[in-house]
Design a protein around this ligand. Sequence first.
Ligand SMILES: [Zn+2]
Length: 80
Amino acid sequence: MELGYGPEFHLQDVNGMARWVCSVCDYEYNEEAGDPAAGIPPGTRFEDLPADWRCPECMVGKDAFVRVDEEVEKNGENDL
Ligand SMILES: [Zn+2]
């Protein structure tokens, strides 16, 4: 019996979803949500986007996108 494909695997996949933000216009690409307007189904990883995919807001290429960490950001603490 082979393991490796099942509900758990799928769950793990969803948990690994990340967000990417455009460094030009701050548009956010959410892997979980995809980009339905551009025909990108929900759950599409950024690296799986077509090479010619562009920011829907400012049309820059994938190179201009930066990954956003879901974890606490390390930009320093805000003591305010
Ligand atoms: Zn943009």
